[in-house]
Design a protein around this ligand. Sequence first.
Ligand SMILES: C[S@@+](CC[C@H](N)C(=O)[O-])C[C@H]1O[C@@H](n2cnc3c(N)ncnc32)[C@H](O)[C@@H]1O
Length: 219
Amino acid sequence: MTDEQQFQQIAAQLRKPHGEDGLKTAEWMNKGNLHMHRDTISVLNAEAADNILEIGMGNGFYVNEILSKHRSINYTGCDYSELMIEESEKINAELISNGQAKFILSNVDSLPFTDDSFNKIFTINTIYFWDNEIKVLNEIKRVLQPNGKLVIGFRPEHYTVKYPFIKYGFKQFSKEDALKLLSDSGFADADAFENREPDFDMNGEVMKMENVVVVAIKK
Ligand SMILES: C[S@@+](CC[C@H](N)C(=O)[O-])C[C@H]1O[C@@H](n2cnc3c(N)ncnc32)[C@H](O)[C@@H]1O
C-alpha cells in the first residue's frame, strides 16, 4: 500500500471508525486526545442535574470523567458509527445499567431528539466532517434548551495543516472561523480558548499539540 493510500485509510477511520482498524483508531484517539477532552470538559463544566449530549464520542472512553462529577448528571452520546456505539456501550455498561448514560446511533444532521432536550451539548474533533456547518449548528440549537451551552473542541487549522491525511475529507477551521460560524447561526456570548498541550510521543515522533475550545449560548 502506498503512503497516500494509508493516509486515505486513516482519514476514513477518523471520519467513521469501522472494522478491526476502527477499534485501534478509537484507542489511538483516546491517547492523543486526552488533554483536549479535559480542556473541553472543563469549559462544559458539568453540574448536578445537567442533561448533556455529546456528538461523536468515539468509543466513549471519557464519559466516566463527566458522570463522576455528580450522580444526577444524565449523559447521551450519539455517533453515526455502529462500531463506536457498540464499543461505548461495552465500556460504559455500568453507567448504562444505572441509568446515567445512553448511546444512540444517529447522524448529527438529524438528531432524534425533541426540541429543547439538553442544557449542555459538546463535541470534540467532529466539526471537520460536517457537510453543512450552519445546518448542523441549527440542528444542535433546536435540541438545546434556551440558555443552554454548546462547547466545540477541535485542532486549529494552523496545526492540522501539517497532517498528511488532512486533504482526504477534512475541513479545517481557525478559532475565528469557528466563532463566526457560531454567531452566523445565532448563538450568543461566543468565546474561545486556545490551549497548548504537553508534547505527545507518537511512535518516537514528538508532536507539539494544541487545541481550541469554543463555547456559546443559545438565547
Ligand atoms: C475523529 S473521531 C473523534 C472521537 C472523539 N470525540 C475524540 O475526539 O477522540 C470523530 C467521531 O465522530 C463521529 N462522527 C463523524 N461525523 C459524524 C456525523 N455526521 N454524525 C455523527 N457522528 C459523526 C465518528 O464516527 C467518530 O466517532
